[in-house]
Design a protein around this ligand. Structure first.
Ligand code: SF4
Length: 261
């Protein structure tokens, strides 16, 4: 599909999705011609989507990036979610060669020292595994919401991801955090216990801290970086390939112009 036709299709889908509820949005995407993959970070929004996929039996593939640096609570929630909904969550791990090359160049926790080093770590542990998770996918379902950060304030329901050659679907784009919490409670959806300890947004353990009252939802992610638009590259295009050590080169990947959530 050309870039123009991908853009046109995303625009049409965006209009169709707007008037539907969550189940309707997922059902519409599942019925489209082409593979749909939902990548979950096990965050509260993603648990809402996983629950809807599991109870609705939509046949959408559910995958997660098991970075090797997740909180124990997050890892445990993968198993619990599978049991609760009778689904398989496919785990995608980083390659050991990439981890070794990263550690040799930056040190295992080198991500604290520079944005380049942080992006390289996210590249090895998230972006490359994401490329494998999305292989063959036409639609990538995510839990992005407009209220998560200023960087996500314009999140549409469907958008063309030209780098990856697919359409990204954000079925919770218009949900606010209060709606998310009410839905989780009403549907008794299992969530990460860290949310109740001040972690509204949960990523890798060394890169996530609890937030203070009044702080933005994602203020606890890479908190040491002085950049209000910080992301780990799964959802923003940035020049990442050059920051990744030789063994982690992704130059042959469709993700070569972006880094990792
Ligand atoms: S969030 Fe932190 S530990 Fe996880 S991949 Fe990115 S830099 Fe590495």
């Amino acid at each position: 599909m050309t870039s123009a036709s991908l853009e046109n299709r995303a625009t049409a889908l965006n209009s169709q999705l707007e008037s539907l509820d969550l189940s309707g949005r997922l059902a519409l995407v599942a019925a489209l011609d082409g593979k749909s993959v939902f990548t979950t970070s096990l965050g509260i929004e993603d648990q809402v989507i996983t629950a809807a996929i599991g109870t609705g039996k939509f046949g959408i593939e559910v995958s997660t990036l098991e970075t090797g640096r997740l909180f124990n609570e997050t890892v445990a929630l993968i198993d619990k979610t599978e049991e609760t909904y009778g689904i398989l969550i496919k785990r995608f791990y980083p390659e050991q060669d990439d981890i070794d090359a990263y550690a040799a160049k930056y040190g295992m926790n080198g991500f604290y020292d520079s944005i380049e080093a942080r992006h390289a770590c996210c590249g090895a542990r998230k972006v490359k595994p994401l490329a494998r998770a999305l292989e063959g996918a036409s639609f990538w379902i995510t839990g992005l919401r407009r209220g998560q950060s200023g960087n996500r304030a314009d999140t549409p329901f469907a958008e063309a991801d030209l780098d990856r050659g697919l359409i990204k679907i954000n079925p919770l784009a218009d949900w606010n955090i209060e709606t998310i919490h009410a839905h989780v409670e009403a549907e008794t959806i299992p969530v990460n216990p860290l949310h109740a300890r001040g972690y509204p947004s949960i990523g890798c353990e060394p890169c996530t801290r609890a937030i203070k009252p009044g702080e933005p939802e994602r203020a606890g992610r890479w908190w040491w970086e002085n950049d209000e638009k910080r992301e780990c590259g799964l959802h923003v295009a940035e020049a990442a390939a050059s920051t990744i050590p030789q063994a982690t080169s992704i130059s042959s990947s469709p993700l070569s112009s972006s880094i990792a959530r």
